[in-house]
Design a binder for this molecule. Structure first.
Ligand code: SF4
Ligand code: SF4
Length: 651
């Protein structure tokens, strides 16, 4: 897990971390599945700490208003070692006295109560380092040592080392070859407590990375921040206010506890009297450190006034480690913290306890607790550096221009260099875009312009009439459709005209007074216009908007439909009536013929019943032939023939 990362869900794309980041190590990229390259897609970007570029100064951690930056927690590992019975020794950074509002020795007691086998102070390592640097500087000045070169840069701060290695690697030849106090103390503790784990507790994010570096590996097993310690104590129910005061184990250094303030190393190395000579320089704060390194790195060299400097002490946090980025937030300012530390050092020097209220005399740590000064070989205090400058592809001028053009910057005056995106200039942001660190549309003026022009386009092209009025019911803006509805010329400037000159403004007045939304149909007979109106107040902008939908065509359509419907119904009625009369006539005729048929058939049935038509019972073929034969022979029943004839005649 990286030492520093972003909690994506918490990040709100405000670019504040990027603006604060001195080396622009934060990449903004679109969240999954939302990027379509369109500035109007509403995609979310997320800040991402790029490890290969990050110098771990924690500036982003300090400024993020959402608490979206996370420092890797290492308490779990340390607890695991303690629970499994391993011997674990704590090395507490000298800034501890500045970090907590309680009496410093209560903090030592509280740390001890967590189960550490020994609680020692990193200031022991600081004293060793200060002496080694003094010797190194002497050797360099006398010419007996050719590396580093003057001015020698010494620092206990891993952020400064990161800055030199990643941004100004050509200044590494000035870097003191002496390790930091944390590493020196870690090595000493490993020697004094064979097989023990060493845990450094301090105010710095970058120490977590330093402890894992190949060049110093094995000195420190884990790094906890003071915030982690604070939370751990709270989890264990240990109250600092009620903790039993306890002194550090091991050797007690004199001046090294001042290491965490600007100039503390020079003082520990007994160089302060030379400060007036201008040979020693103490710098703190990212800006001062960068300025010096940039001058040292650039072709122009140091300004005349700095040319006599032989030793430079640098700390990345302004004022020193007392202003570190991971101090418990008890509302104290760096100045207050510095005073706490100075008071502690002073009371220790006078032999009192070092409490915030002046302290009380503690009994001298007895027996084994003071073992005297740790012995370290000179080789144990040396280290090396690496050029870790990230490989960055640079765009050509043509490519820069193309990227700038994507956000409408085609002329020099379009480059506003406003810095809102987090980069100091439009050009630098274009280069970052080319290098995959930024998205081209991370440009606030461009996005605003796009949003405005799009909203204007949408309003202008809307088929609905729109008008905005101020509290005085004067028109602020009206679109083309509104002008057309109320017969206002295209050229006429409506801004400032009273709305009541054009339409009844009662509903607009009501919207101002009652802050309600009104939806109603209003007709303007003189214009042959029927409208659907939605009128509402704009809240903070104290304006009222009216949206007018022209219902006239729909109303006309409805009328036409109703006319057609009535006509159709009338025609249908007529047709039905006609049909009815024809049907009645047909029914009358059918009735008559049916009656006649009935009479004849009844007669026929009667005749058959009387047997006068027996011949009719025979098959019709024979009956025909017999009848023909009878007719031809003149024989047969004459009555039958007559009857048939009679029937026929009847039919
Ligand atoms: S400061 Fe950075 S991490 Fe925090 S919300 Fe803003 S963009 Fe996201
Ligand atoms: S820790 Fe510093 S260098 Fe790293 S991303 Fe944050 S501000 Fe940038």
């Amino acid at each position: 897990m990286p030492v520093l990362s972003t909690i994506e869900a918490k990040c709100k794309d405000c670019y504040k971390c990027l603006r604060a980041c001195p080396v622009k190590a934060i990449r903004f990229r679109a969240g999954d599945g939302t990027s379509d390259g369109s500035p109007l897609a509403g995609r979310a970007l997320h800040a991402e700490v790029v490890e290969e570029r990050c110098i771990l100064d924690g500036a982003c951690l300090r400024v993020c208003p959402q608490g979206a930056k996370r420092v890797r927690p290492d308490v779990g590992r340390v607890k695991g070692w303690l629970e499994s019975g391993e011997k674990v020794v704590a090395s507490v950074a000298p800034s501890f006295a500045a970090a907590f509002p309680e009496e410093p020795l209560k903090v030592v007691g509280a740390v001890r109560s967590l189960g550490f086998a020994a609680v020692e102070q990193t200031a022991v390592g600081a004293e060793l380092v200060a002496e080694a640097v003094r010797e190194e500087c002497r050797a360099v000045s006398s010419g007996s040592c050719r590396r580093p070169v003057l001015p020698v840069i010494t620092t206990a701060c891993p952020v400064v080392v990161n800055l030199m290695e990643m941004v100004y690697p050509d200044t590494l030849r000035h870097a003191s070859a002496v390790v930091s106090p944390m590493v020196a103390h870690g090595r000493a503790l490993k020697r004094a407590h064979p097989g023990a784990r060493v845990v450094f507790i301090g105010p710095c994010v970058a120490k977590k990375h330093e402890a894992e570096r190949e060049e110093v590996t094995g000195a420190v097993d884990a790094v906890l921040t003071f915030v982690e310690l604070w939370d751990w104590l709270a989890d264990e129910g240990v109250s600092l206010a009620e903790a039993e005061p306890s002194d550090f184990d091991g050797y007690r250094p004199e001046t090294a506890p001042l290491f965490p303030v600007e100039g503390g190393m020079l003082r520990t190395a007994s160089l302060p009297s030379d400060l007036v000579s201008g040979e020693w320089l103490a710098l703190s704060g990212m800006d001062d450190c960068r300025e010096f390194l940039a001058a040292l790195s650039g072709g122009g060299g140091l300004p005349e006034e700095l040319r006599g400097v032989r030793l430079v002490e640098m700390l990345a946090c302004r004022g020193g480690c007392v202003a570190g980025p991971v101090m418990p937030d008890d509302g104290s300012t760096p100045a207050v913290r510095r005073q706490r530390l100075l008071r502690f050092v002073e009371t220790r020097r006078r032999g009192t306890g070092g409490g915030a209220g002046g302290g009380r005399v503690l009994p001298e740590p007895a027996g084994e607790r003071v073992r005297g000064r740790p012995r370290l070989e000179p080789a144990d205090l040396t280290r090396t550096y690496r050029d870790r400058r990230p490989e960055l592809k640079m765009p050509t001028e043509k490519e820069v221009r193309e990227i700038l053009a994507r956000v409408g910057k085609t002329k020099p005056e379009d480059e506003l260099d406003c810095g809102v995106c987090g980069y100091p200039s439009c050009r630098e942001k274009a280069i970052a875009t080319y290098q995959g660190m930024a998205e081209s549309d991370m440009c606030m003026p461009y996005m605003r312009e796009m949003a405005e022009s799009m909203s204007h386009l949408v309003v202008a092209a809307s088929p609905y009439g729109m008008v905005v009025v101020n509290a005085g019911l004067d028109i602020i803006e009206a679109n083309q459709a509104f002008r057309k509805m109320f017969g206002l010329g295209e050229e006429a400037d409506l801004a400032g005209r009273r709305l009541s000159d054009i339409i009844d403004d009662t509903l607009f007045r009501k919207a101002f007074e009652e802050r309600t939304v009104t939806e109603t149909e209003v007709s303007y007979p003189e214009r042959g216009l029927l409208t659907q109106q939605t009128i509402f107040h704009l809240g903070k902008r104290d304006a009222v908007v009216g949206i007018f939908i022209d219902l006239t065509p729909a109303a006309r359509q409805r009328e036409e439909f109703e006319r057609l419907r009535d006509e159709t119904v009338e025609r249908a009625r007529e047709v039905i009536a006609k049909q009815m009369s024809v049907a009645q006539e047909i029914a009358g005729l059918l009735g008559e013929t049916s009656a006649e048929t009935k009479v004849i058939l009844t007669k026929l049935i009667d005749l058959m019943k009387k047997g006068e038509v027996g011949a009719l019972d025979r098959p019709s073929g024979r009956r025909g032939r017999d009848a023909d034969r009878e007719r031809a022979g003149g024989g047969g029943s004459g009555a039958g023939a007559e009857a048939l004839d009679g029937t026929k005649g009847g039919l």
